[in-house]
Design a binder for this molecule. Sequence first.
Ligand SMILES: *Cc1c(COP(=O)(O)O)cnc(C)c1O
Length: 840
Amino acid sequence: MNILGKITVLPRLPEAIGRLSELAYNLYWSWEPRACSLYRELDPEAWETYGHNPVRTLLEASSERMEAAAADPEFVQRYQEVMAEFDAYMRRTDTWAAQHAADLKSVAYFSMEYGLHESLPIYSGGLGVLAGDHCKSASDLGLPFTPVGLLFHQGYFRQTFNRDGWQEEKYDELDVTTLPIRPIRQNGDDELRISLDIGGRDVMARIWQLVIGRIRMLLLDTNLAENHPDDRLLTSRLYGGDQEMRLKQYMLLGIGGVRALRAAGVSAEVWHMNEGHAGLLNLERIRERVEQGMDFRAATELTAGCTLFTTHTPVPAGNDAFSWELMDRYLGGWPERLRTSRDQLYSLARSGSLEDHGPAFNMTVFALRMSRMANGVSKLHGQVSREMWQGLYPGLYAEEVPIGHVTNGAHNLSFTSQRMRDLLGTVMPKDWTQRVHERELWNNAEKLTDAQLAEVQREMKGEMIDFVREHQREMLLRNGAGAAELSHTETLLSPDVLTVGFARRFATYKRATLLLRDRDRLSRIVNHPERPVQFVFAGKAHPADNPGKAMIQEIYRVSQLPEFRGKIVILENYDMHVARRLVQGVDVWMNNPRRPLEASGTSGMKASFNGSPNFSVLDGWWVEGHDDGNANGWPIGEEREYADQSVQDDADAFSLYQTLEQTIVPLYYGHNEKGDAAGWAKVVRDAIESVSAQFSMQRQVIDYVQCYYRPLSQRRDLLTEGGGVRARQIAEWKAWTEKQWPQVCITASHHLPATAEPGEDIEVTAQVDPARIAQAELRAEVVLKRGHRIERFPMVQREDGQYAARVSLDRSGMYEVGVRLYPYIEGLSNDFELGLIKWA
Ligand SMILES: *Cc1c(COP(=O)(O)O)cnc(C)c1O
């Protein structure tokens, strides 16, 4: 049979519940469990079978069931409530953005992956969920925001364990016509298409739209009959291919993504690259300008001038780099298209220190060079990033490297259980779900009684345990287990036992097996006669990561040992659904990465929203989130780095056992002995109060708007004015200054005293030869560094032509003193944008 294509026709719903088909195509339902319940009740089996997909459920549900629901007043009432809330959400005009960022023009956001819901498996882990959450909050806040991504037909993989606990990967072909997406159509009926040259072939892509509340995501899809079979695979698997496949996918995302935005008529003024994967979007934007007659340098100024880059990778090897040979094969025509040279273009992506295998095009370096603002994803990660990329900014201290940070958050409503939401609703103002970022709001949690919190948590834990038992049963059935083994799942985990959750990608730096380091001690903790502890694990290893898979297997094998059976469990196929179940149901959330490799981490935030306190290494967000005074959770290990990994592992494992045994366990079981649950309830309440606002995605997105989107939007206005006059001037000035710079000279003409009294002033002078650069465009300064603190004292030119500044050594200590010179003109994004610095 030759199938031309698939067409999905939604059933006509009974009028009383008619708008369920409209709602199915708006991911609003993904953070409204009550909306999901409506679909589930229409066909519970289809709901489960197809991964909680409303569109598919409507297709499968029988007309009898629909009629019955439409005739059930209770169902109809709930339907009406959900729709009324949906309408109110969509129609709101007094959004945060309307009130606080009305000047912000449109933002385009590019990400390789998006984690929005389990039924749309185009994410692999935290990076994707973060991007998905960012979109949801952009909608909540009413931002003009358009995300762009790829529609992977086989998504990431579905994970199963074989009988030995070894991870196996299954790739299911998604039926894209039953996903909550629709192709964008042009004027008439034609589906919107864009095309781009990849490796000498024209590749076509269809553009789907995915509606998320008030915003619309564009997803590119090359699985089209008119494409070459190899090109159809470009949107097959997320992170599935080799280097070459990666590069082709990045071209599609970056270059194709810009074309998709243009074709869909979306204006984009501020551009946000979530990770370096999207870096090639800059090529296309420069090309657009060059074709309008601008030169490469001015076009680059304009492009980079309104672009933000967020880095997530704290290890050099984690940053994609392509050989020049591969680049030539795929992007060989681009230097000419951009009217520049290959050397000039490729040099924008070079980092000598990272080039072990010859010259390479490093996506992160390119993204840094192609953006005028950049950030890491927690305070500590910002610092790690500045140190890591210091080599790109010669002449600057790491502290001065222009990479800031916005600490990640999570979308509260997507991860907070409906039960907890209902409970919070009893003490919060009516519109609290729109204002989750407001700290004072959460003081209301004080009004919740210990018993109320305990009851919700007991209930959610019960649901989680039922879920775990069912999940394990399915795995055993598939693996051909016998009746005895199956019956065992009925007693898996106990609702009365302190339950610790650990779930995330199984990258080795996350050290999922740290808990197993001292098995005897672990056994004593797990099998304590009065105060036992149980553990639930889940997580996927990347298909090529055998050490990660070995960690899964080790946990699996331990979970089969008689002493741990039923008390340590590892679940298959960690996804957003499993994540929600766990963060909502466990008592404590554990995380023990090798500091400082966890750029942020977000799952602990989701657990805290539900009153499951975080128990974690002081890395990523937890350095900021952990509250010593209030005990909103517990630290593992110390706030330090180690030279020797095994020493670090020992120290952290020891701390983990110690805190668990001596602090967490006694606190949790305290109420059994003294009939007093206050100690535990206080931590639960503090976790909710201290984490919910500070680590809400709304707070995160607001930070992006205030620190980056708005300044970049203003910068764009400045640069584009009058057809880009300012951009041209800056570009010309940079080219001229770069040429003169080798002749510029600065010499300090003062001998510093070796010691001084606190409060003493010293005069520092210098002689500057500006070559042919105007004096006004040079800045000389004295730099004083004491520890991490850097002070800069501008030098002024005296009548005798010397530059001078008085600096005061206000405190005792050891200072580094230096004099440096750098070129500057009005309109640069930061003092060191040009990257030219001379020290005397
Ligand atoms: C939140 C989330 C993550 C990120 O977890 P971390 O603990 O921050 O690594 C990964 N996967 C899923 C499915 C998530 O929901």
